[in-house]
Every structure is written in C-alpha cells, then in structure tokens.
Design a protein around this ligand. Structure first.
Ligand code: AMP
Length: 521
C-alpha cells in the first residue's frame, strides 16, 4: 500500500516552516479522506471505527466542547482512564484548537490541584464515575474551574447552561497543541508546551524512519498521558493511515494474542521483560510483526538479546524526551545495536558537550544537547526554567550523558539529572522528598533510583528517622499513600543515621545509588 508522506520534506520545516492549515488535525483530515473505509481504531471487545467514522465522531466531540464555551487556545485538563473516548476527546481538542493537557489518572487530589493551579484550564474533564470526588477536589462554589465528565463516545456531558461558541478559527502550525507535564530536572512538574508544527515534524520524521504505512496495525498498550503513547504511538499510526488496536492498559497475554493480527508494537523496556515471562511468546505468535520499538527508559542489552532469541525480532531502540520529541532511533534497515539508541532523526541536530560547554570528541562522554524541529515552545509559566534548559540558538540541554560515536551513533551513559524512570514513568526525587520530609518523625530523606529487573529502576528512600518505638517504613508508607501516586512511593525505606554529603553539603546520590545498587538483583 502506498505511503502518505513520501514527498514530505523535513528540511523545509527547519528552514522555511510551512503553515500547517488546521494544525495537526488538518493533516489528519487528509488521512481520514484518503483511507475513509479503512479501520482506524479498534478494541478487542469488538468496538471499531473506520477513518470516515472517526472524522464524524471527532466532529461530534468538537461540538460538545463548543457547547461548554471552549474557544481555540483554551486549555482542557484531562484526568481520565485510557479509553477510545479519551482518544476522541484528544483529537476533538486538536480539531477545535483547544490545548490538550493530559495527566495521569493515578494522581492524588494534591497532585491534581497543583496542576490545575499551574495550567488554569477552561475545563477539567474526568470519568463520570469520578465526577463527585474530582468535583470536590477542584470544583466547589468558590472555584472558577468548570468540570465536565467524558461520555463513552468521547462527548462531554452537556453543561447546565450551554454557552456555544461559534468560532471559525482553526489552529495553525505554531499554536500550542498539547501541554505535557514532566517532572524535568527540578521535581516541580512543568508543562512542556508543544506546537502543532513541532508534533507534526516529529511524528512525520518517525513515520519515515520506521516506514509506517497504511497497511500497519499497531498494538497500542502505552498510557495516553505521556508523549510516548499519545504522540509517538497514536499519532504515528493515525498520520500513517495505519490501524490502532487500543488496549486499556498493558497485559502481556492479551498483547501476544493481538500480535497475531498486528505489525507494530511500541513499548517501554518493562513491557519486554513482561512479555518474556509468558510462555506464549513464541516466533509463530508474531508472524506478521515487523517492528518492535523501545524507549523512555534504558533497554538492557541482555533484554534485547533475550527478546531476539525468543522472538526472532530485533527491537528498534529509540531515544527522546518530552521537550524535544524523539531525537534518535536505531535504523530499520541497517545494524540495530543493543546498548545504542541509534542515529539522529531527520530535522534533529545533536552535540555532546563537556562541563565547560566545549564539544566532546567521538567516544568521549558529555551532556547531550539537541536542536530539533520537534522541540517545545517552552514551559508554561516558566520562562526562567525554559531559559535554563535552552540556549539562544535553540539548543536544548537534555540532562542525559551520552557518547557520540564517529559514525553518529549515540550511546547513553546515564543521567546528569537525578530523574528516576520506573516502569517507563518518571519520578523526580525532589518531589517525593518534599512530601516525605513533611511526615512526622522524618528528619530528612534522599530518594534515588536503583536497578530493578522488572521496572528498570525502583524508587528507594534513605530516611533519617527520629520517631520512637514504631516501624518507620510502615508509618511513612501509610502517610504517603494518600499524597503520592503509587509508582512515586518508594519500594523500600532504608533507615539511616545520616545521609552522605559532599563538602558543599549536597547529598551524594551517586554514593547512595552505588551503595544500594544490588538491592533488587
Ligand atoms: P520523558 O520526557 O518522560 O520522555 O523522559 C525523557 C527521559 O527518558 C530522557 O531524558 C532519558 O533520560 C530517558 N530516556 C528516553 N529514552 C531512553 C532510552 N532509549 N534509553 C535510556 N533512557 C531513555
């Protein structure tokens, strides 16, 4: 089957960015018209939509946004479980020009309130079953925040007082499309604002490097509140005219079953270790599968090798971050090396610099900087933080340590920042420490990541404790349960008399990490 974007010239996007009439949705409309009768989305319980049906469902959802008085540029904070309705709402926001702000539905009231304050949304959308509790957290008579619940077809429940806005305005390339909250380097969640043009440039470059085609069928198991599931996986499939099997969450047995009818799987490393726990993972079960990708966290070479042995497929590892999109990938046709994240994508420039800002030679480790057509506009409400990670020439500091080989291949060497990535989800130690230190009996704490065979990294806390006669770990765990999402709660609390510090008084996380590296081995 023909590819849609054969003639796409990414270089033009850098030098002379074309307008993108209608934004990302303008591109999707070309796809829905061209592949009208083809299945676009389906679930294993038999629900499915063709591209033509998808277009008309999106239009109905868009109207339900308009009834709430949503105007182009308004932010819609979306706090829902993954579902087809969730996808329709996202696409309706793109079509309407509203800025889609997804957040993890596991967030606690405290975490949700913090993001609502930062993003000042026109609407907070939640699942109907959670409307009363979410209403209590962010609504109430004194609150200016409007709350809407999401119906099964992606339409919002009608407001008590409809306020239809008839806007003919449609987004264009530089308008914000999504805001993705990332805990970045400081621990305080920051909203990375991504334009329609940036997302399009990144997704189309990926479609090309992975040769995404309308004949592809993607098994979509990733969450929709993160760039990997929302932009990399879903948008790549949609803009290629491919079909997407939406799984509500990752289930290895169900994924293997779906592989029998699919061609592409995009995943975090943890999914591969889970798949290999199943005896059903055999070559015969994957006959039509042409592409397995991995990213968002380090893929151990032994996992890559074991998967190749079991499945006969070589995982294509890629690397990126919310702020700059995907920037490197192993090649589709060419050597895919375990332990390497591959070459720069089209439209992406890379450099590795030392602590003085000088470019490192091939083979030397330094911090990876990126300049990319897929880069963000900046952080919401945070010009200082944006300036701290991006220089005036548009280079973004990733905080990742890397080696650039002579042939342009990138190998990651850890993080200069302390971000922990557990099961593909980011946990910034400082955010967890702030909550931990407020628990009665906790004198101070240091949160860090250690290797974990299943999650990639596990969150661990060293705690100086002066509570008396009680079991510290259990008390602390109970105190955190209502304040932090489960994946952010440390798996182990290590009582200690003092934290290791350097001469400047900074806690030495590297010492803690190496001291406890074997905890889960
Ligand atoms: P996020 O913004 O949530 O996508 O997280 C970005 C961070 O994930 C990067 O800065 C890296 O530290 C990490 N990351 C992404 N892809 C990879 C990979 N293939 N290997 C190792 N770390 C990765």
């Amino acid at each position: 089957m023909a590819r849609l974007f054969d003639d796409f010239d990414l270089d033009r996007w850098l030098v002379d960015p074309p307008d993108l009439p209608g934004g990302l949705y303008g591109l999707l409309q070309q796809v829905t018209a061209r592949y009208a009768a083809k299945p676009a989305l389906q679930t294993s319980d038999g629900w499915s939509l063709t591209f033509a049906e998808l277009a008309s469902e999106i239009e109905q959802c868009r109207k339900s946004l308009a009834v709430w008085g949503v105007e182009p540029g308004d932010r819609i904070l979306v706090y829902v479980e993954k579902s087809p309705a969730n996808v329709l709402l996202f696409l309706a926001c793109l079509s309407h020009g509203a800025v889609y702000v997804p957040i993890n539905p596991a967030y606690t009231p405290v975490e949700l309130q913090e993001l609502v304050r930062d993003c000042t949304p026109r609407l907070v959308v939640c699942d109907p079953s959670r409307e009363p509790e979410v209403g209590e957290w962010v609504g109430g008579p004194a609150s200016a925040v409007q709350m809407a619940s999401l119906g099964s077809a992606g339409r919002l429940a009608r407001p008590a007082e409809p306020r239809i806005r008839h806007s003919e305005l449609r987004p264009s390339g530089n308008d914000p499309a999504v805001i993705l909250y990332t805990s970045g380097t400081t621990g305080k969640p920051r909203g990375a604002v991504l334009s329609h043009r940036a997302v399009a440039a990144n997704v189309l470059a990926l479609c090309r490097v992975w040769d995404m085609r309308s004949s592809d069928i993607l098994v979509h198991a990733l969450p929709l509140f993160h760039t990997h599931g929302l932009l990399v996986a879903l948008m790549c499939a949609l803009l290629a005219g491919a079909s997407t099997f939406l799984m509500p969450s990752f289930d290895p047995e169900e994924a293997i079953r779906l592989f029998g009818q699919a061609t592409v799987f995009m995943a975090v490393p943890t999914y591969y270790t889970r798949l290999m726990d199943s005896p059903a993972l055999r070559r015969e079960a994957l006959a039509g599968m042409r592409l397995f990708t991995s990213g968002s966290a380090p893929l151990l070479p032994q996992v890559w090798e074991e998967f190749r042995r079991r499945s006969g497929r070589r995982i294509v590892e890629r690397y990126g971050m919310t702020e700059v999109g995907i920037v490197t990938s192993n090649p589709l046709n060419g050597e895919r090396l375990p332990g390497s994240v591959g070459y720069a994508l089209e439209g992406v420039e890379l450099k590795v610099v030392d602590s003085t800002g000088d470019i490192c030679g091939p083979g030397a480790t330094g911090e990876l900087w990126v300049r990319s057509a897929g880069a963000y506009n900046g952080y919401l409400n945070s010009a200082t933080e944006t300036a701290g990670t991006r220089d005036p020439l548009g280079w973004v500091a990733t905080g990742d340590l890397a080696v650039l080989d002579g042939d342009g291949r990138v190998r990651l060497r850890g993080r200069s920042k302390d971000l922990i990535i557990t099961g593909g989800l980011n946990v910034h130690p400082m955010g967890v420490e702030a909550v931990l230190n407020s628990v009665p009996g906790v004198v101070e704490s240091a949160v860090f990541g250690v290797p974990h065979p299943d999650f990639g990294e596990a969150v661990v806390a060293a705690v100086v404790w002066d509570g008396e006669g009680e079991e510290a770990a259990e008390l602390i765990r109970q105190a955190l349960a209502s304040r932090l999402a489960g994946y952010r709660i440390p798996k182990l609390f290590l009582e200690t008399e003092s934290l290791p510090r350097n001469a400047m008084g900074k806690v030495q996380k590297t010492v803690l990490r190496s001291r406890h590296a074997e905890l889960f081995s």
